[in-house]
Write a protein that binds this ligand. Sequence first.
Ligand SMILES: [Zn+2]
Ligand SMILES: [Zn+2]
Length: 136
Amino acid sequence: MEQSTLTGSCLCDGVRYTVRGEPQRFYHCHCSRCRKATGTGHASNLFVRGTLGWDSGQELIQSYKLPEAARFTNTFCRRCGSRLPRFNEQTGTVFIPAGSLDVEPPMRPQARLFSGSRAAWSCTAHSVPEFDEYAS
Ligand SMILES: [Zn+2]
Ligand SMILES: [Zn+2]
């Protein structure tokens, strides 16, 4: 896939970032760790081979590495709690929580991961009616 420049921010707008590189994968992940970290049925994770730059708010960034996990780290804004991207030095890949993006990602989710761990109430594709905004 082509090179992209992706910008995003947290809920309080204190932290802003720019990711440059080649988008590789885009997955919904239903694993229990992603559920806890997001507080919802699944995480939507975009992976880009490239670089991550912080444009503002670097002092607000906090990371929590799950002790028993090989590679699960939750990076978030200390002020508002929003999840933020993380650069993995071993793979040269940036993980982006897709909801933090301020631009349209260049690809659509390709798969749902850990569907065996899916909470019974969590959505699958086209399994529930959709509303543009609030349910009427
Ligand atoms: Zn914030
Ligand atoms: Zn997960």
